[in-house]
Design a protein around this ligand. Structure first.
Ligand SMILES: [Zn+2]
Length: 434
């Protein structure tokens, strides 16, 4: 099997950190964390594990960024015990090619998408932790406990995972839709993190895939909502409008345009200080940079909400006075799980009984089926697996390529343009590091 992964050896991260600014080719060099290797397929580690033949995968922006920028040292998530390898490609649809003897939910030939990493269900822990009991596997309190590790991810031809890490795709869903079910569910979860009122004014900072899918999800959830999108690139304007933006806040527009749009009052003080009285009811920061979060906090109205819907890998230093001075609430949105939903019927792929809640994947699947969410329309580029390097470069240089969503076609025999074609010496996952 072929698979792309990040080798978390600190020396590799350091080499990219120190040399990356001098030459961008370092990301693909033999000393970089990104590895694409041929390895013997490992056996299924336990009775409920399955082997998946991948069909189509998406390149998530944060995964590409992690291959380029390692997480800032000392940031809390770096303390989590992690396998020494992080297999890349969580946006993936595939077909079950082998099931363990105790598999209960899946059969050979089933079409599945990757849903989650380790949690109580995949560790077979009973009773599940408080979050898994509510279907919120992303916050599982047992997710770092030792156990068998998955081998392979979407950026490769096969993966070996626990059956509860997967979501069964209904018949009739196109491969593109299925491959993009994960980012669609993530956007839906972010959109549902704050209850909306019909006359709310929402602002979305960033119009990459995540921002665009949140725009569409908000449009579905609140058809009359006034949605302003702030793209960073001019080529994103048209697609943002197509996905449901009412208005565009252009990069050259600043706080004065925000004041004009929302009817807020702007006060200017010394050394560049600016204070807005009024602003947006809710701001979704899908970029997670120091600049975007600063804007989000200062452009939300008194008592408004900022949803940080981005995986930021960097330390931030900024003015947080809006949180106490204007009672702006800052909430996070991380992947997906379960949502409060009228008529929620415990339709969980993962998790226990959770009255009135429904799995985000199930909800997203329904909205895809009804064509209210259309992530497949964001696909601008598609590469065969053997051109993974070009695919990563296209995402990295997306402004130049006017790329929105890039996919990897897996049904293709890799042969060249891989980073390292040597045989992998080990047959299974490496021991967990500290
Ligand atoms: Zn749990």
């Amino acid at each position: 099997m072929y698979s792309a992964y990040l080798d978390l050896n600190p020396a590799r991260a350091l080499s990219v950190r120190t040399l990356g600014s001098a030459s961008r080719r370092i990301y693909f060099s033999p000393v970089a964390p990104l590895r694409v290797r041929h390895m013997p397929p490992p056996p299924l580690p336990d009775g409920r594990w399955v082997r998946v033949r991948n069909i189509l995968a998406g390149l998530a922006l944060d995964e590409v960024e992690r291959t380029i920028t390692s997480m800032a040292s000392g940031l809390a998530p770096t303390a989590a015990p992690q396998p020494r390898r992080i297999y890349l490609g969580r946006e993936v649809v595939g077909e079950i090619m082998e099931v363990g003897p105790e598999a209960r939910f899946l059969r050979v030939g089933d079409r599945v998408v990757y849903q989650s990493g380790p949690c109580c269900a995949t560790r077979e822990i009973e009773p599940p932790c408080r979050h898994c009991a509510m279907g919120v596997y992303a916050l599982c309190e047992n997710r770092y406990l030792p156990g068998p590790e998955q081998v392979g991810g979407g950026w490769g031809d096969e993966m070996v995972v626990h059956e509860r890490q997967l979501f069964l795709v209904p018949d009739g869903m196109q491969a593109e839709q299925a491959a993009l079910l994960e980012p669609t569910a993530a956007a839906l979860h972010a959109a549902l993190r704050h209850p909306l009122r019909v006359d709310d004014q929402a602002l979305i900072l960033g119009a990459e895939t995540h921002g665009l899918l949140i725009t569409q999800a908000l449009r579905v959830l609140a058809p009359m909502l006034n949605i302003t999108v702030a793209p960073e690139q001019s080529y994103q304007v048209e697609v943002a409008t197509r996905m449901g933006a009412t208005r565009i806040l252009y990069p050259e527009d600043g706080v004065a345009a925000v004041a004009r749009m929302t009817g807020a009052k702007l006060y200017r003080g010394q050394i560049g200080a600016e204070l807005l009285v009024g602003g947006f009811d809710v701001v979704y920061d899908t970029l997670g940079t120091e600049r975007s979060l600063r804007q989000a906090l200062s452009w939300a109205r008194e008592g408004g909400v900022v949803v940080l819907a981005a995986r930021s890998l960097q330390w931030m230093r900024m003015d947080l006075s809006a949180i106490w001075n204007r009672e702006v609430a800052l909430v996070g949105a991380y992947t997906h799980g379960a949502e409060s939903w009228p008529g929620g019927d415990d339709n969980f792929s993962i998790g226990g009984s959770t009255g009135g809640r429904v799995s985000t994947f199930a909800l997203a699947t329904e909205m895809l089926r009804e064509e209210r969410l259309t992530p497949e329309r964001l696909v601008t580029h598609r590469f065969p697996l053997r051109e993974i390097k070009t695919a990563i470069t296209t995402v990295r240089d997306r402004a130049e390529h006017r790329a929105i969503k890039t996919l990897l076609d897996i049904q293709d025999i890799p042969g060249f343009d891989l980073l390292d074609e040597s045989e992998e010496p080990t047959t299974g996952p490496e021991p967990r590091g500290g």
